[in-house]
Design a protein around this ligand. Structure first.
Ligand code: CP
Ligand code: NVA
Length: 310
C-alpha cells in the first residue's frame, strides 16, 4: 500500500498524518540499514532532474547522494542552463523532462511555479523549497525530533523568528504529528493565515496545538525543542538591514534557551548566521542537533524518493 506513489510532494499540507508517519518509519529503517544494504538498488535506472533557481548545499547534495545510494542518478540544473532561462515555458519544460526522467525536484521563488510545473509534468514533482514551503526540511526535522525524544505526539516545539517557508512547513508537520508548536514572531512577520488555517484543520484530527506570540519567552516556556531560521530568506537580501532591526530580541541565545526545559534541543535548518538569529554558544553548544537535522535530510528524502519513484 503506497498512496503517495506517483504523486507530487509540494506541501506537507497535502500529505496525511498516516503518510507522514510511514515516511518517517521508512526513513528510520533506511538510516539503520545504511551500508548494510549495499548492492541493493531499488531505484536502478531512475533519474531525478533537479532545477535550482536559488542556491543550495544540503538539498542539492542530499538528493543527489540519496539517488546514488538507491541505485539511481540525479542531475542538477540551473535555470540558465536550461532553455527555461531563455523563455521556454515551464509547461513545455515539464512535458519534455517528463519524457526523460522519473522525477523532478525544483527549488524556486514563487510556490505557483512549482504548482505549474507539477500540473504539466507526468512524473512526480518534489518541492525543494519555495518562498512558501520547505516540506523536505520539515520531514527531516520530525525525524530528528522523533529520534532524539523517542516520540512526537505531545512534544512542545517553540519556533522563534520569521514566519517564513520553514515555519509554514513546520506548522503542517507539527499538526500532522500531534505536537504543540508555539510560534513567536515580531509583529508584521507572522506566518501566512491561510497556512495556519490549513495546519489548524490537520491539528483537529491529531490533537496538535498551534499557538502564536510576539514574545519569544512566552513561546519557549517549557519547550522540548527550540527552532529558528534566518531573518532574511533567499530573495530578501535587500530587506536584510530592516529585518535585523525588526528582529531585535528574537535571537535564540543561552538566556532564551534557559526558559525551555533543561534538556531542550536546539534546531535550525541551516544555513545559520551566528550572532543574528542564534548565538554561537547555542548553535555550537551541546543541545544543538543542527547537523543531525542536516544528515536526516538524506534519510528522509531517500524514503520520499523510494515512496514516490519506487
Ligand atoms: N536547509 C536547506 O534547505 O539547506 P540548503 O539551502 O543548503 O539546501
Ligand atoms: N528560510 C530560508 C531557508 C533556507 C534553507 C530561505 O528560504 O532562504
Amino acid at each position: 500500500l503506497n498512496p503517495l506513489r506517483g504523486r507530487d510532494f509540494l506541501s506537507l499540507g497535502d500529505v496525511s498524518p498516516a503518510e507522514v508517519e510511514a515516511l518517517l518509519d521508512l526513513a528510520e529503517e533506511l538510516k539503520k540499514k545504511r551500508g548494510a544494504a549495499e548492492g541493493a538498488a531499488p531505484l536502478a535506472g531512475k533519474t531525478l532532474a533537479m532545477i535550482f533557481d536559488k542556491p543550495s548545499t544540503r538539498t542539492r547534495v542530499s538528493f543527489e547522494a540519496g539517488m546514488i545510494q538507491l541505485g539511481g542518478h540525479a542531475l542538477s540544473l540551473s535555470r540558465n542552463e536550461l532553455q527555461l532561462g531563455r523563455g521556454e515555458t515551464l509547461a513545455d519544460t515539464a512535458r519534455t523532462l517528463s519524457r526523460y526522467v522519473d522525477g523532478i525536484l525544483i527549488r524556486t521563488h514563487a510556490h505557483a511555479t512549482v504548482v505549474e510545473l507539477a500540473r504539466h509534468a507526468t512524473v512526480p514533482v518534489i518541492n525543494g523549497l519555495t518562498d512558501l514551503f520547505h516540506p523536505c526540511q520539515a520531514l527531516a526535522d520530525l525525524l530528528t525530533l522523533r529520534e532524539k525524544k523517542g516520540r512526537l505526539a505531545g512534544l512542545k516545539l517553540a519556533y522563534v523568528g520569521d514566519g517564513n517557508n520553514v515555519l509554514h512547513s513546520l506548522l503542517h508537520a507539527a499538526a500532522a504529528a500531534g505536537m504543540h508548536l508555539a510560534v513567536a514572531t515580531p509583529p508584521g512577520y507572522e506566518p501566512d493565515p491561510g497556512v495556519v488555517a490549513e495546519a489548524n484543520q490537520i491539528a483537529q484530527t491529531t490533537g496538535a496545538r498551534l499557538s502564536f506570540f510576539h514574545d519569544p519567552e512566552a513561546a519557549v516556556r517549557g519547550a522540548d525543542a527550540v527552532y529558528t531560521d534566518v531573518w532574511a530568506s533567499m530573495g530578501q537580501e535587500e530587506e536584510k538591514e530592516r529585518r535585523i532591526r525588526d528582529f531585535q530580541g528574537f535571537q535564540v541565545d543561552a538566556n532564551l534557551m534557559s526558559r525551555a526545559k533543561g534538556d531542550a534541543l536546539f534546531l535550525h535548518c541551516l544555513p545559520a548566521y551566528r550572532g543574528l538569529e542564534v548565538s554561537e554558544e547555542v548553535i555550537d553548544g551541546p543541545r544543538s542537533v543542527v547537523f543531525d537535522q542536516a544528515e536526516n535530510r538524506l534519510h528522509a528524502q531517500k524514503a520520499l524518493l523510494l515512496t514516490l519513484l519506487g
